[in-house]
Design a protein around this ligand. Structure first.
Ligand code: ZN
Length: 155
């Protein structure tokens, strides 16, 4: 198990565009394994490689029904709309309301390079959008319409 340090919002790397993965080798598999360990250790729902300082188009997602590894992911269709709260492991202690599609279909390669299609609804759709934004240097705080810190919610 290898944990990597999660970069936070003052780190400029989070604003950079990640590059396409073209080698599906042991280096990629190690990155995916470390991202999984780091995600579970931080108790997050998703993690993009840029969040651990690697500018590659790689994302891991687990909203409670198993790990999904997305390499070079692209949104191919969206449906509907939802409003909900988001947080980010790179923006600790803050939450915000964000409008996202209700259903999102993503095309991505797996760790062997095969293309697969994943459908996400509700939280998983939100998570796909949030993580894919990271690959283009975007943070949810750019589009959140109501930000708050968790302390405001505690009594
Ligand atoms: Zn995030």
């Amino acid at each position: 198990m290898a944990l990597r340090k999660i970069r936070t919002d003052s780190d400029e790397i989070l604003r950079k565009r990640s590059k396409t993965v073209d080698k599906f080798d042991e280096k990629l598999w190690m990155l995916l394994d470390d991202m999984k360990d780091t995600l579970y250790d931080a108790k997050g729902a998703g993690l993009a490689a840029v969040q651990i300082g690697i500018l590659r188009r790689v994302v891991v997602v687990d909203v409670g029904d198993g790990l999904i590894e997305l390499v070079n992911p692209e949104i191919i269709s969206t449906e509907g709309e939802q409003d909900g709260e988001e947080g980010c492991l790179s923006v600790p202690g803050k939450f915000g309301m964000v409008k996202r599609p209700k259903i999102v279909k993503v095309k991505a390669q797996n760790r062997k390079g095969d293309w697969c299609i994943y459908k996400g609804e509700d939280l998983k759709a939100r998570c796909f959008c949030h993580e894919l934004d990271h690959l283009d240097g975007k943070l949810y705080t750019d589009i959140a319409y109501e930000m708050h810190s968790d302390s405001e919610f505690s009594e």
